[in-house]
Design a protein around this ligand. Sequence first.
Ligand code: NG6
Ligand code: CA
Length: 505
Amino acid sequence: MKINRIAAFGALSALALNTQAQNKQPNIIIINADDLGYGDVSCNGATAVATPNVDRIAQDGIRLTNFHTTSATSTPSRFSLLTGKYAWRVKGTGVAPGDAAMIVTPQMQTLPDMMKRAGYTTGAIGKWHLGLGAERGKQNWNGEITPGLKDIGFDYSYIMAATGDRVPCVYIENGRVDNLDPNDPIEVSYARPFEGEPTGKKNPEMLKMHPSHGHDQALINGISRIGYMKGGKKALWVDEEIADVITNKAVKFIEDNAQHPFFLYFATNDIHVPRAPHARFVGKSGMGPRGDAILSFDWSVGEILRTLDEKGLAENTIVLITSDNGPVVDDGYFDQAWEKLGAHQPWGIYRGGKYSAFEGGTRVLGVMRWKGKIKPQSETNALLSQIDLFATLAQVVGEDLGAQEAPDSQNQLKAFTGKDKKGRDFLVEDAYTRTITMGDWKYIRPSKGAYRSNNYVRTELGNLKKPQLFNLKNDPSERYNVADKYPKRVKAMEAKLKAIETQQL
Ligand code: NG6
Ligand code: CA
């Protein structure tokens, strides 16, 4: 009798422990690369470069082979990820200058807001590119830059205001420039140069990397940028150290928050231009700085995974790795990216790349690990968008969404975890023109845009004055426009796209 009672108690407490473990909210980490192509990682078929850490997430979890950004450039893509709303519904969501006002504003409902509601500690580290402050060009770079990320749901932030190629070239921690010497204040202008300050145009002899197009303004660390700045010498980033600095901040955020649920948005500077990876990666890929930056990115991923292992968090942390848009080879600097590309195909089998309405513009890396919930080494071709992360993660953390919250986001948890093979009924992508994919079919709306971007970038943009229709199943590389053959389908898809665009939200 006595023994039975003890056994029963043991079973009960084991049950209690078990439920407790099951109820424990998983940590969530989104790693968002910059300009990394679908084909730039070995788990998606690259052979010229190895990305063992990214591959490890695919090994331990799921590879999403039909996963998309909403836009073929950074600002709108990130906007949609963080708000669950198509960026094109909101004015001023194109590629932002470094002195842009906040584009995701405090009035908006954001993914980190939702996470906080669910009791999470939230952090944003790395590339931001969604504006700061209330008014363009009016930020106080020498005091508190407000409103800022804490006003849109991030408890902690350590960011680059825009991109590596845009001023101000400093890190901002919780709304203040890190390492700023008050005696050397920062000034930023996107209108005119500061007298006496070097620029790429005026001082080419000072450049260690020459611009191919644009990028001939403020000259910092031997690299000229977009926009002008002055002062803040001690606070300036060193390009070769960016990956180390922001990765270490991400590691620290994880360590500091190991005891309670956290949400981390870690947006790397790799592999955006200017590509100046740390010396330990230089020459290691054989493809010049672009390939070396891929190795640097993979190293960052490895540091995150190592930290999760060391802290015993790997089991209870969802890790998703993706990119903000498709790949670009020369995006403004002569860094030998074309010369050393060889047979490597950053876009995989897909046509186009960054800026393009073709698949190369928005079909991006997607690998996700959630131990115990996602079968290792799984793969899905379900149609999915980054815009779905909001509603999907709400389901993961048990939050209901309000009527106006994340209006374009769909809870696709079953598809993300490999249980539903279909995913979305339709997918909208935005470049110069707009596209809609439904099942195997993709329609690209007619547009007057250029066929190809300039001779450096060389991306086929997907613009044509006539409708384009592709069957992605038979023709994933979008070679055969069959719009003339299926006029009814074209009409129906245009109508569906219009209906989504004019939806009352
Ligand atoms: C373009 C820049 C390019 C890159 C891009 C934004 C020029 C000539 N080109 O205007 O270098 O910065 O904007 O990239 O300035 S993104 O990934 O942040 O969207
Ligand atoms: Ca980008």
